[in-house]
Design a protein around this ligand. Structure first.
Ligand code: URP
Ligand code: ZN
Ligand code: ZN
Length: 472
């Protein structure tokens, strides 16, 4: 039998279920053995008793995605995946978005030209279905699901993206028949439009009014409706970027009734509040995202939802717009109305460190929950498990060796995204990925990227775990 290429020695291996000390042997990018390894390898890394977790799977990020308002997403597949790798993420799942009036296959082909040869870590694609025509539902989507695009997002808001309830039912019907996971952006579009018009007519145009235009009831109603439509169709769905207690309670109640509803939340709902939009001048635009950050009380509920398993996925929703840039947050000017500010915050590199530092190190969640929501859960939801999302023989050797001893102050200078700010500037953290391996290669070391564009491969997705046939 050929020897091992790499051995990680003295690891404190942590998965979603287990914790133990072992060496990890890697050949051809795949984990071959875990235990006490007596042979040697050309490359050996001493983890020196450090915690080793599966590489992060970021199940929701926006890279090189065209915007309909002329603004530009700041990260492409190179800068975005370098940033992800330096923060411990080894798989990203951004979005191939259908343009209304055009096909889905064309969107996927275009998006491959953005990604292929440019990523430093592995990637899969979510689709965004904006125009569920008979051809899309009857031909394109079923074929794409079979080709490895087995999960897609639909929107209940944004003019260029939103679907009506009848269209959502058609899409859910297809998802059930073809075995795909539907991610739903749940906000009531008519409520947002009415509130926006009312606020702006009253001269209330500053960034803080973004949060007034999208209060919790707007998200709660749409979440309830999305769950009801999924219940009617008897198909699993995943509600993305859940911001606070009201929407979360809808999910929790559905789960308690035995309905297969899954949930995602994001760092901005643990570490930002609406007050972060209420800054002098235009500064609050940095934290404009949808749904908006809520209150300190909501943050506590979101922690509870992670801890108790309401959420299966903790994603960045990295939607990077530069602040001081006329194609970024200032796309419509330096004093644009809140409704013209591009939505989204950056966070692809800080996602894991924030949750490890503030969650695990401060005792809010256990380390298995950390692995579950940042890696195993998204890999399962999006058909990448067990190739991704765990540390086991046969899985890709995507690994993070953690430094949990060095306290530091987070600044934007240490990050590798193409954004001129981080919403988390100045936070005191105590965990950062010291060494990150993707398929056995070191891709990041002490916050510096060691990989090249093109090292990352496209990952066709299998059927998501919740949609696989039940075994007897
Ligand atoms: O504000 C956000 N979250 N922007 C990104 C697009 C989306 O809806 O996820
Ligand atoms: Zn969304
Ligand atoms: Zn998003």
């Amino acid at each position: 039998m050929p020897g091992l290429d790499t051995i990680i020695r003295n690891a404190n291996v942590v998965t979603a279920t287990d914790k133990y000390k072992a060496d990890i042997g890697i050949r051809d990018g795949v984990i071959q053995m875990i235990g006490t390894i007596s042979e040697s390898a050309e490359s050996e890394i001493d983890a020196a008793g450090r915690m080793v977790t599966p590489g992060g799977v970021d199940g929701h990020c926006h890279l090189d995605q065209p915007m309909d308002d002329g603004s530009i997403i700041a990260d492409d597949f190179t800068s975005g995946t370098i940033s992800a790798a330096c923060g411990g993420t080894t798989t990203v799942i951004p979005f191939a978005c259908q343009v209304k009036g055009e096909g889905l296959r064309a969107a996927v082909e275009n998006y491959h030209t953005c990604a292929d040869g440019k990523a430093v870590i592995d990637y899969a694609f979510h689709l965004i279905v904006t125009d569920p025509t008979p051809n899309v539902l009857g031909q394109e989507l079923p074929a794409l699901i079979k080709d490895g695009y087995s999960h897609f997002k639909i929107y209940m808001t944004y003019d260029a993206l939103k679907l009506r309830d009848r269209e959502i039912l058609d899409v859910l019907h297809l998802a059930k028949r073809e075995g795909a996971m539907t991610m739903i952006h749940a906000e009531n579009d008519d409520c947002i439009a009415w509130l926006t018009e009312t606020l702006e007519n009253a001269g209330k145009t500053a960034p803080i009014y973004h949060s007034h235009s999208r209060p919790p009831v707007v998200e709660r109603e749409a979440t309830h409706r999305a769950i009801s439509l999924a219940e009617l169709m008897d198909v699993p769905v995943l509600i993305v970027h859940v911001s606070g207690n009201e929407a979360m309670t809808q999910i929790q109640n559905a789960q308690a009734r035995g309905i297969r509803i899954y949930g995602e939340t994001c760092p901005q709902y643990l570490f930002l509040t609406a007050d972060d939009l209420d800054q002098p001048g235009f500064e609050g635009a940095k934290c404009v995202c949808s749904p908006p950050p809520r209150t300190a009380d909501d943050q506590e509920h979101i922690w509870r939802g992670i801890k108790t398993g309401v959420f299966q996925v903790f994603s960045s929703d990295h939607a990077p717009f530069r602040f001081d840039d006329d194609k970024g947050k200032k796309n419509a000017g330096t004093d644009a109305k809140f409704s013209q500010i591009p939505n989204g915050v950056p966070g692809i590199e800080t996602r894991l460190s924030l949750l490890m530092s503030e969650g695990v190190m401060k005792g809010r969640i256990d380390v298995h929950t950390f692995v579950s929501v940042t890696s195993t859960g998204p890999a399962q939801m999006y058909g990448l498990f067990p190739r991704k999302g765990t540390i086991a023989p046969g899985s890709d050797a995507d690994l993070v060796i953690w430094d949990t001893e060095t306290e530091f102050t987070l600044t934007n200078e240490r990050l590798h995204h193409n954004v001129d700010y981080t919403p988390y500037e100045g936070m005191e953290l105590q965990a950062w990925p010291a060494t990150v391996l993707s398929r056995g290669r070191v891709v990041a070391e002490n916050g510096e990227c060691m990989a090249q564009p093109g090292d990352g491969e496209f990952l066709p997705s299998d059927p998501p775990n919740p949609l696989r046939p039940q075994q007897p």
